[in-house]
Design a binder for this molecule. Structure first.
Ligand code: SF4
Ligand code: SF4
Length: 142
């Protein structure tokens, strides 16, 4: 499915999303979960997994970090020298996928924070759509 980006996000919605992401980071710290930012899971082809995002997360990422075209290599275009250059705007799945530890807690956190994201979308009349990240970047409709 080709994702349709919502119109420019209102400031209050961007602040609410930033707050959601901050709260998630706090929740992860409280259970001593951390990502040491090796970048391995951002090379989707090599890591053999997919990142799925909503149009709301994608709009926030692009408005915060700028748009970058996927190069067709199976690597996230926001990964440079194995480092994410989109730390502020990155999607929920980027923040929740932790490779080694606490898989059950991570799943629970993902559900809880995705529910918050869905509630925000409803509050701001964003029709939530869901798509695979690299494919969606390549097919964006505005
Ligand atoms: S946005 Fe950052 S964390 Fe997310 S996949 Fe790309 S490089 Fe990795
Ligand atoms: S979640 Fe794991 S694999 Fe992905 S960047 Fe962090 S430490 Fe590396």
């Amino acid at each position: 499915m080709t994702l349709t980006l919502p119109p420019k996000l209102p400031r209050a919605l961007k602040e609410a999303l930033a707050s959601l992401y901050d709260d998630l980071a706090t929740a992860q710290r409280s259970i001593s979960v951390s990502c040491h930012q090796c970048g391995a899971c951002c090379n989707f082809a090599e890591y053999d997994h997919e990142l799925w995002v909503t149009n709301l997360e994608l709009a926030y990422l692009i408005e915060t970090e700028g748009s970058r075209a996927a190069a067709g290599t199976g690597v996230c275009p926001y990964l440079q020298n194995n480092q994410c250059i989109a730390r502020i705007g990155r999607a929920l799945g980027c923040r929740i996928f932790l490779c080694e530890q606490h898989a059950i807690q991570m799943e629970t956190l993902h559900e809880a924070y995705f529910d918050r994201l869905r509630a925000l979308a409803e509050e701001y009349d964003v029709d939530l759509e869901y798509g695979e990240f690299l494919k969606s970047l390549g097919e964006l409709k505005e």
